[in-house]
Design a protein around this ligand. Structure first.
Ligand code: ACO
Length: 173
């Protein structure tokens, strides 16, 4: 099945937010766009499962989460890369924008849940996802863009232009 054009989808945010430069650098077999309300059926959770447990609670529950994100204005920017031939998702990532009282009511972009299908890793999809999310963060006025990652992924993020700063703390419930 050929990939579905952006204008036939209900998207999480306007497709114009995706950098034209990143689009032009992307491999011609794939397309980058905002997450769509029908992406549960395109393997979104299967791609995320390369990261961690991505339990499938069914399409209805997935769509409810999509809608909750869509109604929070200027906050959630999840995007996907789809294979043009199969219309399946092969990469995904999210930018979450946090509003602050400090830094003159500044905003910070948090990059989360970056995942590329195992078969497609090493083809520059990951770096394009990071560049597209960083572009949204910077063009939205965020004074910094941050993320947490494993030691093994540090070289990837250095290639994406990030530097190591401070430490991550976690407390799981
Ligand atoms: N160590 C060293 N270099 C790396 C690594 C690594 N682990 N991963 C990628 N690179 C390099 C590539 O060789 C490439 O270098 P080059 O420009 O000199 O050729 C450059 O980084 C860009 O690599 P991509 O091809 O864009 O990487 P890919 O598409 O494979 O995506 C990713 C990288 C996202 C880490 C992918 O491998 C993946 O999904 N891994 C499993 C899930 C994961 O760990 N996600 C990140 C979690 S952190 C977070 O979500 C904030």
């Amino acid at each position: 099945m050929p990939f579905t054009p952006d204008n036939e989808l209900e998207l999480l945010f306007p497709p114009s937010f995706i950098s034209a430069e990143v689009k032009s650098q992307l491999h011609p077999d794939v397309h980058i766009r905002p997450l769509a309300s029908t992406d549960h059926g395109r393997g979104h959770l299967a791609v995320l499962s390369v990261l961690t447990v991505a339990t499938d609670l069914g399409e209805e529950a997935w769509v409810a989460q999509f809608n909750a994100m869509r109604t929070a204005p200027k906050t959630y920017y999840s995007l996907v890369i789809v294979d043009k031939k199969s219309d399946k998702i092969v990469g995904a990532g999210t930018l979450f924008i946090e509003r602050k009282f400090l830094r003159g009511l500044g905003t910070v972009g948090h990059i989360e849940d970056i995942a590329v299908d195992k078969e497609q890793q090493g083809k520059k999809l990951g770096i394009r996802i990071i560049q597209a999310l960083t572009h949204i963060s910077e063009s939205s006025g965020c004074y910094k863009t941050i993320l947490n990652c494993s030691d093994a992924n540090i070289p990837f993020y250095v290639k994406c232009g990030f530097e190591k700063k401070e430490n991550e703390m976690a407390k799981y419930a």
